[in-house]
Design a binder for this molecule. Structure first.
Ligand SMILES: [Zn+2]
Ligand SMILES: [Zn+2]
Length: 84
C-alpha cells in the first residue's frame, strides 16, 4: 500500500488507526458504551484506560481516546490500558 509522504500531518485520517489489544496484539480494540472502556473483539478481553501509567507511574492527560497515541505512555511508551 503506497504512503503519501508529503501529506500534511493535520489532515491524516485516524479512521484506520485502531489501537492494538495489549493481550493478543491484534488491532481489534473497540470503545464500549462506557467512557474509557475498551473491548477487544478478537480475544474478547476488556480494558480500561487509566490516567496513571501501570509501568512507570507517570500521570497522563487523557485528551482523546480514539487513537493509539492517546493510549500510550508518553514517558515510557507502555500501554495505558489496564485489564478489567
Ligand atoms: Zn485481544
Ligand atoms: Zn509509563
Amino acid at each position: 500500500m503506497p504512503v503519501m509522504a508529503d501529506e500534511p500531518e493535520a489532515s491524516v485520517t485516524t479512521v484506520e488507526r485502531r489501537p492494538n489489544c495489549p493481550g493478543c496484539g491484534e488491532p481489534w480494540l473497540r470503545p464500549t458504551q462506557l467512557p474509557g472502556r475498551f473491548r477487544c473483539v478478537y480475544c474478547l478481553s476488556r480494558y480500561q484506560l487509566v490516567s496513571q501509567c501501570p509501568d512507570c507511574g507517570v500521570h497522563q492527560t487523557i485528551a482523546r481516546m480514539s487513537t493509539t497515541e492517546d493510549m500510550t505512555c508518553q514517558s515510557c511508551g507502555g500501554s495505558m490500558l489496564s485489564p478489567i
